[in-house]
Ligand binder design. Structure first.
Ligand code: MTE
Ligand code: MO
Length: 247
């Protein structure tokens, strides 16, 4: 019987480690994270390098069946419309009072056509629905169904420029995260307005959240306000969390 070669997480990390030397020698910076050299973010080098080496194509995260959908806790900010709650935003409160009809997603930075998209406009992009497992750094996972516009299509619509390298996401609760273009154009990276067949509830990021299925839960920014495309890495590494957290 032929032995199947398993790519385990451990193997992946080992491969990553042995590759780093090679990458450094050849000066190939494409496979090093932008946080390279930051001692507090050394873990990025392992996960980023391992993933970029082992998954050169756009491998999909596992998708599940409707019957696999589980209960889904809401964490971090769960209601920016509520005064006194963590992440409260008066602007968000007003938008929520108006059923988000005045809400717009601004797409700006290194794009030829900066734009403010309404929810209706985002819903006109060919929608993608996916049932995936969310993994939180706090140690829980949950399976949910997400529907939204592929981020890559929206970026193309705004005319992403050749110099673009990172996509930064800003939320109403002052939360911020960024991803590189490899993850931004991943087919499962979507701007989600639907969850489990309904509109996105407030607790899960209404009216629009990011879903990055190739990375850990904190990359999936809720309550989106602004997307800024940059040609330089914007380091907001004060949270203590790694920038790159592939799963
Ligand atoms: N704007 C915003 N996005 C956020 C957070 C947050 O506090 N604010 N928490 C993150 C974390 S740590 C996780 S695990 C998920 C939680 O998503 P959920 O509340 O829908 O389960 O959202 C991520 N996105
Ligand atoms: Mo999380």
């Amino acid at each position: 019987m032929k032995k199947k070669k398993l790519i385990t997480r451990r193997n992946a990390i080992i491969t990553g480690v042995s590759t780093i030397g090679g990458l450094l020698l050849t000066g190939c910076s494409k496979k090093l994270p932008p946080t390279y050299g930051n001692i507090l973010r050394m873990g990025d080098v392992l996960t980023y390098t391992a993933q970029r080496t082992l998954l050169p194509g756009q491998s999909l995260a596992r998708e599940y069946q409707l019957s696999d959908i589980s209960s889904f806790p809401a964490t971090g900010t769960t209601n920016p419309a509520a005064p006194g709650q963590p992440g409260y935003s008066q602007t968000y409160g007003q938008l929520h009072s108006g059923a988000f009809s005045d809400w717009r997603l601004s797409v700006e930075g290194r794009v030829a056509r900066p734009k403010k998209y309404s929810l209706a406009e985002l819903q006109q992009f060919p929608a993608r629905t996916q049932i995936t497992r969310h993994t939180c750094e706090e140690g829980w996972t949950a399976i949910g169904q997400w529907t939204g516009a592929p981020l890559g299509l929206v970026l193309q619509n705004a005319g992403i420029l050749p110099s673009a390298r990172f996509v930064n996401f800003y939320a109403y609760d002052d939360y911020m995260e960024s991803i590189d273009l490899f993850d931004a154009f991943h087919p499962q990276t979507i701007l989600a307005y639907g969850m489990n067949g309904s509109g996105l509830p407030i607790s899960h990021g209404a009216p629009l959240r990011l879903r990055v299925e190739t990375q850990i839960g904190y990359k999936s920014v809720k309550y989106l306000q602004r997307i800024v495309v940059t040609d330089e890495f914007v380091n907001t590494g004060d949270s203590g969390w790694s920038w790159y957290v592939g799963i």
